[in-house]
Design a protein around this ligand. Structure first.
Ligand code: M6R
Length: 359
């Protein structure tokens, strides 16, 4: 039920801090120990490479998962678009483990890959919001997102829940493998910080509504830029804006702009820069200067510790591998308000279905 909300999308954006708390309650015991089936951890530990397979927003959550798995557990990880993998699989490592990210658990493109994985006899995990969904039943293991029903076609709280579950899983794996990183990656308390930072971000919604009106009300195109983990978020942010507001939006690795795409920047082109990654912040800042010099109207979404005077959206700091959980929130809100202000049905964008059960 939408309650006082005009659209589910805003309700679901607002629910994200509560989903983080729910995941803490579901995946940690009272002593704060992470609870994940040891058989799953053993099978993942036996693998020499992880393959994350997904579509759309879930694919974007997989890109952040790669950062987590590689940086915390040191297991090489590849992320694949399901529809590409299905009929043109990459050369697999000798001991692959497959992770299917799917909010609905019904996406035909992902299911097609899982069918092949089962034929090959490789172990698999489905991370999904829907217990007993097709991909949950057909994979060797399931982890649930506990995000509650997601009604709006544009995925919001499932994306952040997927990243949080990936973080919880990396923590469990690091502990199981007795890695040094296990102690320093205190996911349970980091998720409390994340929930608070998300709340601060959703509480700034009226400021974001104004930015949407000032920068995006009539534009035909826009860019999100970022580097490293901020690039992963930039492409999810771009998908959000395009699918609900029909603004043609590209998510771009900001260093790549000068290799061609900067030719598209003209007077008034909106460019939204995401800057939470310390190692690349200065470089992204100089890319921002380059687009400003060509007339772009720039919005910056910046982590507190990297903020400078003039930044429009400043986020509370969280663990560097968890910044996507917070930096995506203003981008979700920008998409929501741009769509609403243009008079569209935010929850049911044209040409789209909530779950895509054809290939
Ligand atoms: O249910 P799934 O997570 O498998 O769905 C995958 C995509 O169809 C989905 O994320 C889609 O891209 C959303 N409309 C994005 O907001």
């Amino acid at each position: 039920d939408k309650g006082a909300y005009e659209f589910y999308m805003l309700k679901e954006i607002d629910e994200q801090p509560a989903v983080m708390h729910k995941l803490q309650a579901e995946y940690f015991d009272e002593a704060g120990n992470v609870q994940i089936d040891e058989k799953l951890l053993a099978e993942m530990t036996a693998a020499d490479r992880l393959y994350i397979v997904a579509a759309g927003t879930s694919y974007h959550a997989g890109l952040v998962g790669k950062e987590l798995f590689e940086k915390i557990t040191r297991i090489p990880t590849e992320v694949h678009v399901a529809s590409e993998f299905a009929y043109n699989p990459p050369l697999l490592a000798p001991k692959p483990f497959f992770i299917f990210l799917t909010q609905s658990g019904e996406t035909a493109d992902s299911r097609e890959v899982l069918k092949q994985v089962n034929k090959w006899g490789y172990p698999s995990l489905t991370i999904t919001n829907v217990p007993n969904s097709t991909l949950s039943r057909e994979a060797s293991h399931t982890l649930l997102l506990y995000a509650g029903p997601e009604i709006a076609v544009a995925s919001t709280k499932a994306y952040t829940a997927q990243i949080a579950v990936e973080a919880i899983l990396t923590k469990a794996l690091a502990e199981y493998q007795e890695l040094e990183t296990a102690a320093s990656f205190d996911v349970k308390s980091e998720l409390t910080k994340v929930a608070n930072a998300m709340q601060t971000a959703v509480d700034q919604k009226h400021q974001v509504e104004k930015l949407a009106a000032d920068y995006l009300a009539t534009t035909r195109n826009a860019f999100y830029i970022g580097r490293a983990i901020d690039y992963d978020v930039a492409i999810e942010a771009a998908l959000k804006l395009k699918e609900v507001s029909y603004v043609q939006t590209e998510g771009f690795a900001s260093g790549e702009l000068k290799h061609g795409t900067i030719a598209l920047i003209e007077e008034g082109t909106p460019v939204i820069a995401i800057i939470t990654n310390k190692a690349t912040a200065a470089h992204t800042r100089s890319n921002v200067q380059e687009v400003i010099a060509r007339g772009a109207n720039v919005i910056t979404i910046v982590a507190g510790e990297l903020a400078q005077p003039g930044d429009q959206i400043v986020l509370e700091d969280v663990h560097p591998l968890l910044t996507p959980l917070v930096s995506i929130v203003p981008a979700q809100l920008l998409a929501y308000y741009t769509s609403k202000n243009r008079g569209y049905d935010v929850d049911k964008p044209r040409n789209l279905a909530k779950s895509v059960t054809v290939e």
